[in-house]
Write a protein that binds this ligand. Structure first.
Ligand SMILES: *Cc1c(COP(=O)(O)O)cnc(C)c1O
Ligand SMILES: [Zn+2]
Length: 444
């Protein structure tokens, strides 16, 4: 076993990645995938870099995927033929030239993790999880279906990967709390779609009960296989910068799996000598669901779940994050900061970013709002190389965009609304309207 599950709190025991197990049987803590150091050190740092560089952009199965390019670091023992991949990852780094310019920064980048098959970074983890399930089924394990509770994007990814592999899937969604685009994805990909009268945390409790008998496999991020895929965000960013490490990385967080994954990716690269510098990891939370921000203010001395209030950043409306321990450890290891953003701050950050050519989802906007605040406080230096992790494609959140520009979002001022002009089919009227608009825009 070159990789296996073990308890994050140090209990004894190794569990095969082909076991159906999500938590430590001794203490109930989460598990993590541990990689055998001797196996990973068989190649030197420069050999690993050469391997990954040679795979970038290839179609050779499965290495054309931005996740499976790093296969030996993710899930080394799985058969290539059982991998379920849509060549996820490989997302571009967007140089935020004009947006950075507003802040006096010229080395600001956005890692576009939402530019992917189902439109969010959840694809990165789901390819690993569904591949593992596919491998188990190929080995004769009885698995009826794969299930998850979701704030929208996990279910979209789960249903697409399961549909690709021909494995049944079930999604538990909080009724009326996700967008139309997010709802229609699992419907289209033929999942059993359960819309439940509760919030995400409520769905989570139910899905854990339903998956207890092991015939239905649980795909939530307590399942640490997903973290392995998501951690490739770290090496991919570094590889894109010619193996240089940025100074700061800002990532929005809800259940806190992704920030844990990011830290895990950097820790592995440090262990293997691929990098020597640590980036600073910055977590951004919506003020309406900010339990880790509150804990950070108390130096993590205690952590209390909160009741998550409604936020435009619906995918991070989570008050009781399952990966909080991993996240705190990761943030401590990487000189972390936690910042939060109000609804107005995130809505305006998205609008300003969009004016510079982005098309931000509200979660990415939370990270951008945190960036603005931290630059303002001097905690992020203007001359630093900073990367914002964009977690989803803006097209999934049309209601947010339309509502903002119609100034119809409750409690939001919509300072940067850009209303379409409804005009008669009359050249003189159009010319007049354009002149007014030019004048208004140059005076700003
Ligand atoms: C899932 C999700 C997040 C939060 O990730 P966690 O691992 O739960 O912290 C952020 N943004 C989007 C768009 C997501 O789908
Ligand atoms: Zn344990």
């Amino acid at each position: 076993m070159n990789a296996y599950f073990r308890c994050i709190d140090g209990c004894e025991g190794k569990f095969s990645l082909t076991d159906i197990i999500y938590k430590c049987p001794k203490c109930g803590s989460l598990l993590e995938v541990h990689h055998d150091a001797d196996y990973l050190k068989k190649k030197s740092a420069s050999e690993w870099k050469e391997t990954f560089s040679s795979r970038m952009g290839t179609t050779k199965w499965p290495f054309g995927s931005g996740v499976w390019r790093y296969k030996e670091w993710i899930n080394p023992d799985i058969d290539d033929e059982n991998i379920v991949s849509m060549y996820e990852g490989n997302s571009n780094l967007f140089w935020a030239k004009r947006f950075g310019g507003f802040l006096g920064m010229n080395d600001l980048w956005v890692k576009m993790c939402g530019n992917t098959h189902t439109g969010s970074f959840k694809d990165l983890g789901m390819t690993v999880l569904v591949s593992q399930v596919n491998d188990m089924i190929a080995r004769g394990k009885k698995i009826k279906a794969v299930a998850c509770a979701s704030t929208g994007d996990t279910s979209a990814a789960l249903s697409a990967y399961c549909a690709y592999a021909g494995i049944p899937s079930i999604v538990f969604l909080p009724a009326d709390k996700i967008t139309t685009a997010q709802l229609v994805q699992p419907i289209s990909n033929n999942s059993i779609v359960l819309s439940i009268d509760t919030d995400f945390d409520g769905c989570m409790k139910i899905v854990q009960e339903v998956t207890k008998n092991n015939e239905i496999y649980l795909a939530n991020s307590m399942n640490s296989l997903r973290i392995e895929g998501q951690k490739t965000i770290a090496p991919e960013i570094v590889q894109q910068f010619g193996w240089e490490v940025p100074d700061n990385i800002i990532i929005p967080g809800g259940n806190l799996g992704n920030v844990s994954a990011l830290a895990k990716g950097f820790s592995l690269m440090l262990d293997l000598g691929i990098i020597t510098k640590k980036p600073r990891i910055i977590l951004a939370q919506a003020r309406n669901a900010n339990p880790l921000y509150r804990s950070y203010l108390k130096n993590y001395e205690s952590f209390e779940p909160v009741k998550a209030e409604k936020t435009l950043a619906s995918a991070i409306q989570i008050g009781d994050p399952v990966s909080v321990k991993k996240a705190i450890k990761g943030l401590k290891d990487f000189n972390g900061i936690v910042e939060d953003a109000s609804e107005d701050e995130l809505a305006d950050a998205a609008a300003v970013a969009d004016k510079t050519g982005m098309y931000t989802c509200p979660h990415t906007a939370v990270a951008l709002a945190a960036l603005i605040k931290l630059v303002d406080k001097g905690e992020i230096k203007k001359d630093s190389r900073t990367v914002v992790v964009s977690t989803a494609h803006g097209l999934k959140f049309s209601e947010f965009k339309v509502g903002y520009h119609e100034s119809s979002l409750k409690g939001i001022e919509s300072k940067h609304a850009n209303k379409p002009l409804r005009l008669a089919a009359d050249v003189a009227k159009v010319t007049e309207a354009l002149e007014k608009e030019f004048a208004a825009r140059t005076s700003k």
